[in-house]
Write a protein that binds this ligand. Structure first.
Ligand code: GDP
Ligand code: MG
Length: 466
């Protein structure tokens, strides 16, 4: 008996708390996830420490755990098709709560604090692109021009990569493709001079924004930094955007530090996020520089630029897919009052078809059976099973709707009367076997409730279980 009582205590007891002890293994997992996502080691260390501090003593969400746990247990083994509600609710545990804390912390780190994630204002806006060679600066310059054009801003692109003739051609072609003018002076003029002339040209044309594409180097070097510093001094750009390849991996932190220390960037664009990278560089960028990631490149096409969404990035870095979405839906679907009502009704040993339907509604609020598709273990449930469970639910609903009010609140009437069951079957357009199936599900749930109720009463009376 004692373990049952312990179970009951868990069910109705105070919210669980996260402790140093029970966080140990989950934290190890988080650490592994971050390293796998290529977040730089020192950044990971600082992050884990922060999460630990933040999560210690975090209460498991009110209304979600003890009462919900209870519903979950009530549903235990009731019918095969209620199993899925349990599966959904399984997503809501202190563990999930912990992951939620981790994710919130990541989101905070990448998105909170520093002002606007969009471009800085300016007349014209002058945007200086910085970054190593091949990271996607020229591509990003074109993408930004198109992005601005779509928000009704005119642009001028300026080509200053005089070290590679092909680089100028590349920008000219991009400009033509998106119908944005490109300013260039060939390869024989000093890049800083071209940039200055480019801005003058932009003013003359009256454009809203001038985007300066620059030359990168294979590695951080003094030439490149010197050139960027001179451009910054001469142009006073509204934005200096560091373009970072998401595949950079562990090195991202050092890279960002170098650029930020030497040319003081205003933000970053993370490119090639359409690749395999989990995007750990995003965390490093933000943590090391304190500057926001403003955009994400997701392909080679000019349209493939998106604003940066910290939530999405956090979930990608942690490799969690939609688990959090699931959690959030469960959180909003399961109202504390509903759960309390269930407990109260149970204490009175009342459980009718209205309660039965309410349980199903909770599940429906969460997005119905389709929710299962978001669960990590979804492959365990076949489409066919899902379909059948959905059909069963439709059937239950139809049959319950066809009942008279007195039957809904007093199911015994149906238990006792064959004639009533037959009438309900006819009125609902379902078979008598269907009605029998519902009655079976109801009876099973009720007896489960009865058992729970006795435990709860014992507990309330303060009886010694042993
Ligand atoms: P730059 O040397 O920094 O100017 O880099 P480029 O703009 O020339 O880009 C280098 C290569 O990366 C080109 O082949 C681009 O098409 C490609 N590239 C740039 N951004 C992205 C992106 O977001 N996704 C993918 N898949 N490729 C990209
Ligand atoms: Mg380039």
């Amino acid at each position: 008996l004692s373990s049952s009582i312990q179970k009951a205590q868990r069910l109705i007891g105070k919210s669980g708390t996260l402790t140093k002890e029970n966080m140990k293994d989950p934290l190890k997992e988080v650490r592994r996830a971050l390293l796998e996502a290529d977040v730089s080691l020192p950044v990971v260390r600082r992050f884990i420490k922060k999460v630990e501090e933040r999560a210690l003593g975090t209460k498991v969400l009110d209304g979600v755990t003890p009462d919900t746990q209870f519903i979950k247990t009530v549903l235990d083994g009731v019918t095969p098709d209620t199993q899925f509600i349990k599966t959904v609710l399984d997503g809501v545990t202190p563990d999930t709560q912990f992951i939620k804390t981790v994710s919130n912390e990541l989101i905070d780190l990448m998105g909170g604090g520093v002002g606007a994630k969009d471009l800085e204002p300016g007349f014209p806006q002058i945007i200086l692109m910085a970054g190593l060679q091949g990271v996607g600066k020229t591509t990003a310059a074109g993408k930004l021009a198109l992005y601005l054009k779509k928000s009704k801003k005119s642009c001028l692109l300026v080509a200053t990569d005089v070290y590679r003739p092909a680089a100028i051609d590349q920008l000219v072609k991009l400009g033509a493709a998106i119908d944005v003018p490109v300013f260039e002076m060939g390869t024989q003029v000093d890049p800083v001079e071209i940039a200055k002339k480019g801005v003058e040209e932009g003013r003359r044309l009256g454009v809203d924004a001038v985007i300066i594409d620059t030359a990168g180097r294979l590695q951080v070097d003094e030439d490149m930094m010197g050139e960027l510093r001179s451009m910054k001094a001469a142009l006073r750009p509204s934005d200096t955007l560091l373009v970072v390849d998401a595949m950079t991996g562990q090195e991202a932190a050092n890279l960002v530090k170098a650029f930020n220390d030497q040319v003081d960037i205003s933000g970053a664009i993370l490119t090639k996020m359409d690749g395999d990278s989990r995007g750990g560089a995003a965390l490093s960028v933000r943590e090391v520089s304190g500057k926001p990631i403003k955009f994400v490149g997701v392909g080679e096409k000019m349209e493939a630029l998106e604003p940066f969404y910290p939530e999405r990035m956090a979930s990608r870095i942690l490799g969690m897919g939609d688990v959090l979405t699931l959690y959030e839906r469960a959180e909003s679907a399961i109202k504390e009052e509903d759960a309390k009502r269930t407990v109260e009704r149970m204490m009175e040993e009342k459980f009718d078809f209205n309660d039965f339907m309410a349980q199903w509604k909770t599940m429906n609020n969460m997005g119905g059976l389709q929710m299962l598709k978001m669960m990590p273990g979804f492959n365990k449930i076949s489409e066919k099973q899902l379909y059948e469970a959905e059909k069963t639910f439709e059937m239950y609903e139809a049959v319950i709707k066809a009942m008279e009010e007195e039957e809904r609140s007093d199911p015994e009437l149906l238990v006792k009367s064959m004639a009533r069951r037959r009438r309900v079957a006819q009125a609902s357009g379902r078979s008598e076997a269907d009605v029998a199936k519902l009655m079976g599900a109801y009876t099973a749930m009720k007896s489960q409730m009865g058992g729970m109720s006795k435990l709860l009463k014992l507990q309330k009376a303060g009886a010694d279980p042993s």
